[in-house]
Design a binder for this molecule. Structure first.
Ligand code: NDP
Length: 401
């Protein structure tokens, strides 16, 4: 029988919800490219419930315990002697989320001799040292597509929020003001602007499709070019590299995974290539950007705004400069964990576990590492190596708030 360690974010500060704002969520059976939504044999939760926090347990306890397995659920993941560290020695499966990542560094993997499966309840497995997983023949899987549309919606919201100066205007209302000039002195229309995405995968393409009706000029760069028909339909301009896209866009959105090739792709040099007053939206991964270069660009006016919901490390320590830099619209990492998304990633985790325990293959599109090499979505969208360096700083969260 297996021990499963599941690392989830804390419950709401007022306790686990007794009721919800809405009675249900729409049922999504398939994604835009035809991939079917997760299809486990059964689920033990009601769609629309809070599943991603500790008490939600991803709806897994009844299923796992009825099979004789042991489930440990904790939010205690960082620092010396965390519960995660204490449970690793005999864990066969670690389930974690990008929002509250259990950083599976090479050191931690070395302390988990029985570990066979690192499963991401969401998308993005950069919190696992993929090189160490490859070397140890540990399977890494994620729930591809489960929250890609959730994130695309967040990106569109953040683009409009920055360009139209929504957050400062809202704050004037809360402060009792009517300061129209203060609000509009840096408020623009998106119409007619050049908007570009770095990566046109599931999220990037969904962002492009959602922005088309805003009458903007759409640009993208990606390692693989989209089909010609899609380029025509959306009137897309393709760029062979980020530099070329950066030079012409008013708004840039980052939608690629974090891996050694993409780490710090946005640094001082790349920011200097952008138009003065560009807006940058990053809901992909904090480490795609050089943290301090972003602060410098906002302070100098090279960037007119920066928004996103991904940080490094996570949780970000209280003194992380992105909390206090000018012209930002940051949220904690939430775009992919709406109640709607949680239903899909919890069902996807259940599907993967059913496959694992029944000896059936995990869907290829869910695999990142398998059989000692990149596989599935990992072979397409990642590169081998490690992007977890520096994650130990997450332990400072709460110590200097
Ligand atoms: P996909 O795998 O569908 O898309 C990723 C795209 O990135 C692929 O088209 C891939 O290109 C491209 N890419 C990879 N490396 C590069 C590179 N060096 N330069 C340009 N493009 C590159 O994933 P999703 O769109 O679903 O998700 C993308 C990322 O968004 C995730 O990996 C995750 O980090 C983040 N995410 C964030 C969430 C949140 O809650 N904030 C939730 C979900 C995802 P190709 O395959 O053509 O080589």
């Amino acid at each position: 029988m297996a021990k499963i360690v599941c690392v989830l974010y804390d419950d709401p500060i007022d306790g686990y919800p007794q009721s919800y704002a809405r009675d249900g969520i729409p049922e999504i059976k398939a994604y835009p490219d035809g991939q079917t939504a997760p299809s486990p044999k059964a689920i033990d939760f009601r769609p629309g419930e809070l599943l991603g926090s500790v008490s939600g347990e991803l709806g897994l306890r009844q299923y796992l315990e009825s099979q004789g397995h042991t489930l440990v659920v904790t939010a205690d993941k960082d620092g010396e002697n965390s519960r995660l560290d204490r449970e690793l020695h005999d864990a066969e499966i670690v389930i974690s989320q990008p929002f509250w990542p259990a950083y599976l560094t090479a050191e931690r993997i070395a302390r988990a001799p029985k570990l066979k499966l690192a499963l991401t309840a969401g998308i993005g497995s950069d919190h696992v040292d993929l090189q160490a997983a490859i070397d140890r023949n540990i399977t890494v899987a994620e729930i591809t597509y489960c929250n890609s549309i959730s994130v695309a919606e967040h990106v569109v919201m953040m683009i409009l929020g920055l360009v139209r100066n929504y957050i400062p205007a809202y704050q004037w209302v809360v402060k009792g003001g009517w300061n129209i000039a203060d609000c509009v002195a840096c408020s623009y229309d998106l119409e007619g602007m050049a908007v570009g995405t770095v990566a046109a995968g599931r999220i990037g393409l969904a962002v492009l499709r959602r922005l088309k009706p805003f009458d903007v000029n759409l640009h993208y760069t990606d390692r693989h070019r989209l089909p010609e028909a899609v380029e025509k339909e959306l009137n897309l301009t393709w760029h062979a590299n980020i530099e070329s896209l950066a030079e012409v866009c008013d708004v840039i959105t980052l939608n690629c995974p974090l891996h050694p090739e993409t780490e710090h792709m946005i640094d001082d040099a790349m920011l200097a290539k952008m138009k003065r007053g560009a807006y940058l939206i990053n809901t992909a991964r904090g480490k795609l950007c050089d943290r301090d270069a972003i602060v410098r660009a906002l302070e100098s006016g090279q960037l007119a705004g920066y928004a996103g919901d991904v940080w490094f490390p996570q949780p970000a320590p209280g003194d992380h400069p992105w909390r206090s830099m000018p012209h930002h619209g940051m949220t904690p990492h939430i775009s992919g964990t709406s109640l709607s998304a949680q239903t899909r990633y919890a069902a996807g985790v259940r599907e993967v576990l059913e496959c694992y325990f029944e000896g059936r293959p995990i869907r290829n599109e869910y695999l990142v590492v398998d059989g000692g090499k990149l596989a599935g979505v990992g072979a397409h969208s990642y590169s081998a190596g490690n992007a977890t360096a520096g994650s130990e700083d997450a332990a400072r969260f709460g110590k200097n708030r």
